[in-house]
Design a protein around this ligand. Structure first.
Ligand code: UD1
Ligand code: MG
Length: 450
């Protein structure tokens, strides 16, 4: 197999997004547009990857690195066209020889299989990825010869009426032998309607050197681009539909699939049941037989098999829920491990904590993990009973088998099997309430009769 390098063009800010953030950093299914492209490309095991960014787009480069640590950047200071953008990557790819795949950072649904096919077709030459457009307006048209190879790509502004009627369009994604690419790029001109160096002209240049450009065709949806937030939501919808169906076909029950939102990396075990209105942020792993009840929000969490979450539960990053544990309504868990079979069923916040197996956390319990400056750890052992409305002021440790009385504020460590209780003494006054009511009633009557 020939070596593969990828170049991802991401220099545009995307003005139609009306955003302070570069377009390719906008997210769908919990992952940036650029992240989706790099994930698809990464599976080709490229030996080199370059992202072409605009000036002052360090954030784009950092995002690329978070997906693909070996990626390098090339900076395109002036936006002079796709051909110019690719030439910015030349120096970075110095010494590389093999197939170069050129991708767009704002075309996130591209599949690895299509890229593989494209690279295979390119061989020592060049291949473009095309699609039949429902509405070809705005796209470059692929002009074919009798054999179906691509003779040239005509940008819409440059087409004659006959070319304009062609519906086979250029996705922009191209695979090309590196030697051929660097030989042809300097020959691109910019005498065209936009005054840009069009990468697409490379096909005609190759043809004039006797190299035919091969064609791979994919569905239009796969190469849909994002220019505005409406298209962003369209891509989100496509992805969600794809993930819902994938998880169902893999053995999860989704009661109302159209109301469940996954991230690209959500891992769902078998016989998982997900009730309506559940959102999964990035980094969630659900074991087999997990039950997620309605209206839960789950992010960066691991849920072991048989656990039950919700309704109305919130699992935040670093939540690790043990086997058969129960996390109930209006409970928030952050950066905490909840032991096997433990129960945290109502109105509770557990943060920066470890809770042992079979421990029961009563309603309204709060780990006071933050002192206004630092976070502190709460460690609760196994088989502990924490009474309702307990405040655990961290750092604090509660030993195995201990009991905490309802309403306690725990500021010192509790030994194993001890009872801890902090409570003002109860005062009881027989008949007081009745006397009070009567006294008030008399006064009210006196006021009225005045
Ligand atoms: C391009 C193709 C067209 C294809 C269409 C598919 C060319 C000349 N035309 O047209 O055939 O049908 O995409 O969507 O290539 N970019 C840079 N630097 C630049 C210019 C562009 O990084 O100087 C990046 C953009 O951020 C974008 C991509 O390249 O991600 C495509 O550029 P764009 O201006 O959108 O090209 P189109 O006119 O859509
Ligand atoms: Mg475009």
């Amino acid at each position: 197999m020939t070596d593969i390098a990828i170049i991802v063009l991401a220099a545009g800010m995307g003005t139609r997004m009306k955003s302070a953030m570069p377009k390719v950093l906008h997210r769908v299914a919990g992952r940036s547009l650029l992240g989706h492209v790099l994930h698809a490309a990464r599976k080709l095991k490229p030996s080199q990857a370059v992202v072409v960014v605009g000036p002052e787009m360090q954030s784009v480069f950092r995002e690329a690195q978070s997906v693909f640590p070996a990626v390098r950047q090339a900076i395109q200071a002036e936006r002079l066209g796709t051909g110019h953008a690719v030439s910015m990557a030349r120096q970075v790819l110095e010494g590389f020889s093999g197939t170069v795949i050129i991708l767009y950072g704002d075309v996130p649904l591209i599949r690895t299989e299509s890229l593989e096919q494209l690279a295979g077709l390119a061989g020592k030459g060049v291949a473009v990825l095309g699609f039949e457009a429902a509405n070809p307006h705005g796209y470059g048209r692929l002009i074919q010869d009798a054999a179906g190879d691509v003779l040239r790509i005509r940008e819409e502004l440059e087409t004659n009426p006959e070319e304009r009627s062609v519906r086979l369009c250029n996705s922009g994604i191209i695979a090309i032998d590196s030697a051929l690419l660097w030989a042809l790029l300097p020959r691109l001109g910019n005498t065209n309607a936009k005054g840009e160096y069009y990468l697409t002209d490379i096909v005609e240049l190759a043809a004039s050197s006797g190299i035919t450009c091969r064609l791979a065709v994919c569905p239009e949806a796969e190469v849909a681009g994002v220019n505005d937030r409406e298209q962003l939501s369209g891509i989100e919808a496509t992805l969600q539909q794809f993930y819902r169906s994938r998880h169902m076909l893999n053995g999860a029950t989704l009661v109302a699939p159209e109301t469940v939102f996954f991230s690209a990396d959500t891992h769902v075990g078998r016989d998982v049941v997900i009730e309506p209105n559940v959102v999964f942020g990035p980094g969630v792993v659900l074991g087999d037989g997990v039950h997620i009840l309605a209206f839960s929000h789950i992010e960066g969490a691991q849920v072991a098999s048989g656990a039950r979450i919700g309704p109305y539960a919130r699992l935040r990053p670093g939540a690790e829920i043990g086997e058969d544990a129960h996390i109930g309504n209006f409970v928030e868990i952050k950066k905490s491990a909840i032991g096997q079979g433990a129960k945290v069923n109502h109105l509770t916040y557990i943060g920066d904590a470890r809770v042992g197996a079979l421990t029961n956390i009563g309603a309204g319990t709060i780990t006071c993990n933050y002192d206004g400056f630092d976070k502190h750890l709460t460690v609760i052992g196994e088989n502990v009973f924490v009474g309702s409305n307990t405040a655990l002021v961290a750092p604090v440790t509660v030993g195995d088998g201990a009991s905490i009385g309802a309403g306690s504020v725990i500021t010192r460590n509790v030994p194993a099997d001890a009872l801890a209780i902090t409570r003002a003494e109860l005062e009881l006054r027989e008949g007081w309430a009745k006397r009070y009511r009567e006294m008030k009633a008399v006064r009210k009557a006196a006021r009225k009769s005045k």
